[in-house]
Design a protein around this ligand. Structure first.
Ligand SMILES: Cc1ncc(COP(=O)(O)O)c(C=O)c1O
Length: 475
């Protein structure tokens, strides 16, 4: 493809995307196809002859779009808001168009230095002190794995330079809760701790926040049997019910025993853009690493996870590689982000954050977050007032966990009722919410925060739910 052909096909694609985004509300929220529905639309054999760009655009519309669950749809309330602001989309396109190679400062100085700049802007915008330095990772899962790797090396005095974990005599222990995201368990297992050395600390029964006294007791018990407590992963806004572990108490306990504290604020980090919500991570300044995702509620297009540490030297010591072909004459003066995580090559991700902040602006982003917080309170208030409905967890941010509990229904019958009404709505394509288990029973998470979702959409959702529930009851 020549640059001129790119220009013409690119204009058509951008026009198509603009139309697609404008008309999103007319599409079903959940993809209305069965498994293999997309795969079977394509030939099993690779194409032998090239096709015009216009044909691919047609196939994008006809074969691929039906297989997309529309998470930018204003009636999408599933999982978490995964906003993809059009401003940041432009930055992502610029990143691809520039075709850069991020393997060292020298391979693209701008990539490294803009990443430094935007990470520091985001640090300031979330009220963190200048003790923190950050980079952009692909996901919070990778960031958590990186955090646990450096925690492991901190606790073991760099076991990687000896026999690694296999040569350590004391099992190293990681602490989190059942409420933590599955990526925390995955990271602990991949970092070699082993399931037996992962402690699920007791939680407050109402808030599902980690119990600090239980954490302290568990650490003491581990020391008493000769284990080596190593790291605590605290959830600042859990996925299930947006639980906030008590960071201030956790860091105090950790400090007594020199444990690493990683803050998983993947979802709720966006709320830290609002000064009035920062009390929810009080104590964060004494943690060791933080990850949060602008690619969720804030709305920078995937993938964009911020990872901050206080001790950069330690991070780099664990993660660095220095093959001769990557050396340059300025190595002493510059950052090499390959030494801040697992991959060598990185995309120019800072561009999408720069475009997002630059074009949309932080005031508008903050106003939208506050709108969603208000909407969540409004929605929770309506559900709580309605007979036989319950809001099951404190509404700390924008997620409302609800259940319809008609008289006489409990246990498995109540589960069938819950899944019955939510699945019917999800299948219809009119709206989408995530059923999820809380204390062993199904409930429904209404996660508010899509850029296009207004109060009117929430009114429509509440109507839709009530109609569906009465239809299920009448059957
Ligand atoms: C609290 C929390 N942690 C971690 C993750 C994983 O995020 P990522 O997809 O960036 O790995 C999520 C995603 O839902 C989350 O809500």
């Amino acid at each position: 493809m020549t640059p001129e052909e790119f220009r013409s096909a690119g204009h058509e694609l951008i026009d198509w995307i603009a139309d697609y985004r404008s008309n999103l509300e007319q599409r079903p929220v959940r993809a209305q196809i069965k498994p293999a529905g997309v795969r079977s639309a394509f030939s099993a054999q690779p194409p032998e002859t090239p096709a015009p760009a216009a044909q691919l655009l047609r196939e994008l519309e006809q074969k691929i779009v039906p297989g997309i669950t529309q998470v930018q749809h204003p009636m999408h309330y599933g999982w978490f808001p995964s906003n993809a602001s059009l401003a940041s989309t432009l930055g992502d396109i610029a990143s691809s168009g520039l075709g850069t190679l991020g393997i060292s400062w020298e391979s693209c100085p701008a990539l490294t230095e803009l990443e430094e700049v935007v990470c520091d802007w985001m640090r300031q915008l979330t009220g963190l002190s200048d003790n923190w330095e950050g980079c952009i990772q692909d996901t919070a899962s990778t960031a958590c794995l990186t955090a646990l790797l450096i925690a492991r090396e901190s606790a073991s005095d760099y076991s990687e330079n000896r026999g690694g974990l296999q040569a350590e005599d004391k099992p190293m222990i990681v602490y989190t809760t059942e409420e933590a995201h599955s990526s925390v368990v995955k990271a602990a297992l991949l970092a070699g701790f082993g399931r037996d050395n992962l402690r699920m600390v007791a939680m407050d029964s109402a808030t599902r926040a980690m119990s600090a006294p239980a954490l302290a007791r568990q650490i003491e018990a581990d020391f008493a049997v000769g284990n080596l407590p190593c790291a605590i992963v605290a959830s600042v806004g859990s996925t299930g019910i947006t639980a906030f572990d008590p960071v201030a108490e956790i860091v105090e306990i950790a400090a007594e025993h020199a444990l690493w504290v990683h803050i998983d604020a993947a979802m709720a980090g966006s709320a830290m853009l609002l000064p009035e919500y920062r009390h929810l991570w009080d104590g964060v300044e004494s943690a060791d690493s933080i990850a949060w995702n602008p690619h969720k509620w804030m709305g920078t297009i995937l993938d964009c996870s911020l990872f901050y540490v206080r001790d950069v030297q330690h991070l780099v010591r664990v993660m660095s590689t220095n093959p001769s072909y990557l050396r340059s004459t300025v190595d002493e003066e510059v950052k090499q982000f390959r030494d801040w995580g697992i991959p060598l090559g990185r995309r120019f991700r800072a561009l999408k954050l720069w475009y997002h902040l630059g074009i949309d602006g932080i005031d508008a982003i903050r106003a939208r977050l506050r709108r969603d917080l208000d909407n969540a309170q409004w929605f929770a208030g309506h559900v709580a007032q309605q007979e036989h409905w319950r809001v099951l967890a404190p509404v700390k941010l924008q997620t409302v966990c609800i259940r319809h509990e008609p008289p006489g229904l409990s246990g498995d019958a109540l589960d069938r009722h819950t899944l019955g009404w939510v699945d019917a709505i999800n299948q219809s394509g009119a709206a989408f919410m995530s059923p999820s288990k809380l204390d062993g029973r199904w409930m429904v998470r209404v996660s508010i925060g899509v850029e296009a979702t207004t109060r009117a959409h929430l009114e429509k959702l509440w109507q839709l739910i009530q109609t569906q529930v009465s239809e299920v009851a009448a059957e």
